[in-house]
Design a binder for this molecule. Structure first.
Ligand SMILES: [Mg+2]
Length: 189
């Protein structure tokens, strides 16, 4: 097995798939100006901690603004570059998965709650689903993680969405109000 796909003990790396808006960064609604990109409290520290542990960090975000004709894709990509910069540099994310479709587009549809991009990363990077987590504030984030068969963690730092809260109650899924709780809540410490 190649060194890039396993740690010293031969285990695949732990991996986290992060929603963007209201999870890593403040969500003003269809953000498209990079200068308005702002991290939520505790996020930088949490990502630094995961990377020190050798975890892979992925971005998985639905961005339908361009499909709605609101702004070009390049604006979203500029915001994502700014996000990576605020988190420590362009190599923070192993891969950025952006689902560009309009919610009304016909299949195939890569938007959350589709697990397509998670499954794709698991295959490409040789991940162990038992060591993967989807992290987000929205119902679709949780649904995508569950559909992929990986762990899920709900974040309520900026928003506490009732539909996501209800799913967490029904399925006994963890919620955190501060991203710095993430490693502990998934059992990494
Ligand atoms: Mg969100």
């Amino acid at each position: 097995m190649s060194a890039s796909k396993a740690d010293a003990a031969g285990l695949p790396p732990c991996a986290f798939f992060f929603d963007r808006d209201s999870t890593l960064s403040h969500d003003p609604g269809y953000l498209h100006e990079p200068e308005r990109m702002a991290l939520l409290p505790g996020v930088r520290e949490a990502i630094d901690d995961l990377r020190r542990r050798g975890c892979l960090v992925f971005l998985f975000t639905n961005q339908s603004g361009p499909a709605r004709g609101m702004f070009p894709k390049e604006d979203v990509l500029a915001c994502n570059r700014r996000l990576a910069e605020l988190l420590g540099g362009e190599d923070v994310f192993t891969r950025q998965y952006v689902a560009w479709e309009h919610p009304d587009d016909p299949p195939p549809n890569y938007r959350k709650p589709s697990p397509h991009f998670i499954e794709s990363a698991v295959a490409e990077f040789g991940l162990d689903k038992a060591r993967c987590w989807m992290v987000g504030d929205g119902l679709v984030d949780l649904q995508a993680g569950l559909a992929a068969g990986i762990g899920v963690v709900r974040v309520t730092t900026e928003l506490d969405r009732p539909d996501a809260a209800e799913l967490c109650r029904k399925r006994n899924l963890p919620s955190i109000a501060d991203m710095r709780e993430l490693a502990a809540v998934v059992g990494l410490e």
